[in-house]
Every structure is written in structure tokens, then in C-alpha cells.
Design a binder for this molecule. Structure first.
Ligand code: HEC
Ligand code: HEC
Length: 408
């Protein structure tokens, strides 16, 4: 007995092998889950946007993304209060393509936290409530939102027609002079398609998680030890195990790409949740089955199983208080967190999952979600995994700032 106690304390004293065995926290089931988190190289195709993978469209899109003239500040000189706003005002390249604020501010404060644009090419749905079904349809929203860019689609079209550089680039990409376009809404949509082509390039590279999971898959113990600290490994094992994060944050983007109610109470402030988002996406003229989709068959496949539930219809109650599961790659860059930015730190997010306050004011928390009752060390390990394990390589510097010209 004494001999065992002695050897154990010796091991502990020199941080011995047993302590540092990177396999230790991972049962075969957990190993499979970890390997399932390895990142995908390329985002899925978007057949509803024929320009999605064109370099010239992306160059025009990047120019428009960073152009503050595409807002009320520039386009409405008769409104002295109007501000210059670009997509980068709320999704800045040096702030993880978010804004560092709890609630985003354009012409005025928005009632939502600005999510990162990084890795949104992997999304199935866009916005916290999923009210857009494509990257390009999403991009049209903020332009016409009075709190964001604060302009109209007619003003967007006039801008493309009137700015010589933009007009030339547009004509070259879309094969049509914007002033000769018989349907001006097509020009508005094409602005969205160009911006989407740029956003598709904003994907993160390897994170320590990927290196670790590949090493695990190859059985390379040494590379596993080198990839993640013991604390982050412990956190990863909790993430895919006891803490049940993988119920929703699974797969290469640590999201199931769908919607859940995680017990954040939603005040009655007209905010949209999944029930509202469903109705909007199905009736939008810019959805994947509409006249502006380049592949309505593919668009229809995505929308096929959705159903609208009127407000008050109890059949739709499960949708109340549901928001999109965020992608967690590079999550440490994009505080504050949640759809309303209520948590300033990852530690606060974890505190929420650990304690889960009583039922939310709106809707029902998912039944799979139970208070975790983890100890301080375990919470610290989870936080270490989120920060260290998911700290991803950013896209090339040339994509992070405004380009000089709208052509490649
Ligand atoms: C005033 C700040 C603001 C501006 C300007 C803005 N956004 Fe956003 N963005 C937000 C907020 C807030 C949300 C979440 C809104 C919601 O879900 O209801 C969002 C959501 C998004 C999303 C969805 C992310 C996801 O995972 O679902 C993308 C992509 C995006 N914006 C891109 C853009 C583009 C492109 C532009 C410019 C055309 C733009 N944004 C302009 C604040 C802004
Ligand atoms: C039932 C599904 C579900 C489970 C289980 C779950 N999450 Fe989430 N997670 C979500 C959803 C949905 C959101 C967005 C909620 C909102 O804003 O209303 C979210 C948000 C987050 C965010 C904020 C990200 C951001 O960009 O704002 C973090 C971090 C996070 N979860 C980590 C975890 C961790 C760690 C666990 C395990 C302890 C976990 N989640 C368990 C579904 C889940």
C-alpha cells in the first residue's frame, strides 16, 4: 500500500506519464466523436448562386462588403443624422468578422448580436432565426434594414449604375450593364451574389483540435500530446462526453446547423425566433425556389420539410425561443455571446450551461439540456478547450480589409 502511494506521488510530482497520456480521457466512443470534428476543407456548393465560386465575383463582393458608401450616410445627404455603414462596421476583419459589441450598431442599435461571418459558407440557414436560406439572400437583408445600412434596393441599384468602377466590374462579372438590366431587382440580387462569393472565402484553417483529432485517427500519441494541452484535452473529452455539448455542437463546424432552445429567456420585444424565421424564409422572393435562384430544384430540396406555424398554434410551440446553433470555430474572437450578446465571456456561457436557470419566459428549453453540475476544474478545462483548441488560422490577410479595386 505504502509502495503504491509512494509511486503515485512520485508520478504526480514529476508530471509523470500517466498524467500526460493523451488517450486517457477518451473512450472509443469519445474518440469517434472527436474524429468527427475534423474540419472540412471546402464549404458545400451553393447551386442557387451561379457566381458563388467565381474569383471576379468575389473581388467585386469584397469591394462592396467594405464600401461605406453603400449606406444612408453617403446616399442620403439630406439626412444629416445618417451614418456611413458597411458590412465591416459590424463584421470587421480585425474583430473576428464580428464587432465586439453585445448588440450591433448601424444607423441605430439592432436587437441582435452580430455573429461572425467566418465559416458561414458552411451554414445551412442564415441569421439567428434562419430567415434566409442562402448567403446571397442573407446579404440583402442588412442593406435594406433601417437600423443597419438603411437604404433601399433602388438606392443599391442606382449606386451600382452610377459608380463607374463598380458598374464596370458588375458588367464584367454578370455579362450585363446594370443600367440595361430589365429587372432592377436582379441587380440588387447580384450584389448579394457577389458579396456571397467573397464571404465563401472567409473560412478558417486548422485549429489545434484538427491537428489533435487527425493524430488520434492516425494513432500518433506524440502528435496528440503536442497538439493540445492536458487541460484542453480534458475539456474536449467533456465537450463530447459528460457535458453533452456534442448533442448540438457536433460535426466539422461544431454545430448541427439547426435550431434549439438553450433556456435563455426571451422577452416579449418582438424579437424573431425560429417560428418567425420559418415563415419569412418560406415566403421570401429571394429564397432558393424563387425567380432569382440559379437552381430552384436544389433550393426546393432545402426548403422541402419546413412548415409554417401561425403564432398561437401549439403545434409550433417547440420553435419558440429557438435560435441557430453557432459554429464554435475561432469562438474566442467573437465575444460577447448568444443571440442577444448577454454573456461577455466563455466562462459566463459555461456557467449558464452548468446551472441552467429555470424554464425560459418564451418556449421550452430542450429536454436533453440538464444542468451539468461540473466543478470549477472541469469548467476551466472546457474553457481551455474552447479557447485553445478552437483557435483557428484566419483567412489570408488580403481578405481581411478593403481592397483597392472591385476587380481581381
Ligand atoms: C449594423 C450592423 C450590421 C451590418 C451593417 C451588417 N450586419 Fe450582418 N449581422 C448583423 C446582425 C445583428 C446579425 C444577426 C441578425 C439576426 O440574426 O437577426 C447579422 C447576421 C449576418 C450573417 C448571418 C450569420 C449566420 O451565421 O447566420 C451574415 C452572413 C452577415 N450578417 C453578413 C453581413 C453582410 C454581408 C453585410 C453587408 C451587406 C452585413 N452583414 C451588414 C449585424 C450587421
Ligand atoms: C441543445 C443544444 C445545445 C447544447 C446541448 C449546447 N449548445 Fe451551445 N448553443 C446552442 C445554441 C442554440 C446556441 C445559441 C443560443 C442563443 O443565442 O439563443 C448556443 C450557443 C453557444 C455558444 C455561444 C457562441 C456564440 O458565438 O455566441 C457557446 C460558446 C456554446 N454554445 C458552447 C456550448 C458548450 C461548451 C456546450 C456544452 C457545455 C453547449 N454549448 C451545449 C445549442 C446547444
Amino acid at each position: 500500500m505504502r509502495a503504491i502511494a509512494l509511486s503515485l506521488s512520485l508520478l504526480a510530482a514529476c508530471g509523470g506519464a500517466a498524467d500526460d497520456d493523451p488517450w486517457a480521457p477518451f473512450s472509443p466512443t469519445l474518440q469517434d466523436r472527436v474524429i468527427g470534428l475534423v474540419r472540412q476543407e471546402a464549404p458545400p456548393a451553393d447551386p442557387t448562386n451561379a457566381f458563388a465560386d467565381r474569383a471576379d465575383a468575389a473581388a467585386l463582393g469584397q469591394f462592396l462588403y467594405f464600401d461605406p458608401r453603400l449606406s444612408a450616410g453617403f446616399l442620403r445627404p439630406d439626412e444629416p443624422e445618417a451614418k456611413d455603414v458597411s458590412c465591416a462596421t459590424c463584421h470587421a476583419g480585425d474583430l473576428g468578422f464580428a464587432d465586439g459589441l453585445a448588440l450591433a450598431v448601424g444607423q441605430a442599435e439592432v436587437s441582435r448580436n452580430a455573429p461572425t461571418v467566418l465559416n458561414t459558407a458552411f451554414n445551412r440557414w442564415f441569421f439567428w432565426d434562419g430567415r434566409a436560406d442562402s448567403h446571397w439572400a442573407q446579404a440583402l437583408g442588412p442593406l435594406e434594414n433601417p437600423l443597419e445600412h438603411g437604404i433601399s434596393r433602388e438606392e443599391v441599384v442606382a449606386f451600382v449604375q452610377d459608380e463607374p468602377e463598380v458598374r464596370a466590374a458588375y458588367t464584367s462579372v454578370f455579362g450585363q450593364d446594370p443600367s440595361a438590366e430589365p429587372d432592377p431587382a436582379r441587380v440588387f440580387v447580384n450584389v448579394g451574389k457577389a458579396i456571397a462569393a467573397y464571404e465563401r472565402l472567409l473560412v478558417t484553417g486548422d485549429a489545434p483540435l484538427d491537428t489533435f483529432a487527425r493524430a488520434m485517427s492516425a494513432g500518433d500519441t506524440e502528435a496528440m500530446s503536442a497538439a493540445l494541452s492536458p487541460e484542453a484535452r480534458e475539456g474536449l473529452a467533456l465537450f463530447v462526453g459528460e457535458a453533452r455539448c456534442h448533442f448540438c455542437h457536433a460535426g466539422p463546424n461544431l454545430t448541427d446547423l439547426e435550431f434549439h432552445n438553450v433556456g435563455l429567456s426571451v422577452e416579449d420585444d418582438g424579437l424573431k425566433d425560429r417560428r418567425d424565421g420559418l415563415a419569412v424564409v418560406l415566403s421570401s422572393p429571394f429564397n432558393g425556389v424563387g425567380a432569382y435562384s440559379d437552381d430552384p430544384t436544389a433550393g426546393a430540396r432545402k426548403l422541402a420539410n419546413l412548415q409554417v406555424y401561425e403564432e398561437g398554434d401549439p403545434e409550433g410551440d417547440h420553435l419558440d425561443g429557438q435560435f441557430k446553433t453557432p459554429n464554435l470555430r475561432a469562438v474566442s474572437l467573437t465575444a460577447p455571446y448568444m443571440h442577444d450578446g448577454r454573456f461577455e465571456t466563455l466562462a459566463e456561457v459555461l456557467e449558464h450551461y452548468n446551472e441552467l436557470p429555470p424554464q425560459p419566459l418564451d418556449g421550452h428549453r430542450e429536454e436533453t439540456l440538464l444542468p451539468l453540475d461540473l466543478g470549477a476544474d472541469e469548467l476551466a478545462a472546457l474553457e481551455a478547450f474552447l479557447e485553445e483548441g478552437l483557435a483557428a488560422e484566419l483567412p489570408p490577410a488580403s481578405l481581411l480589409t478593403a481592397p483597392d479595386s472591385p476587380t481581381p
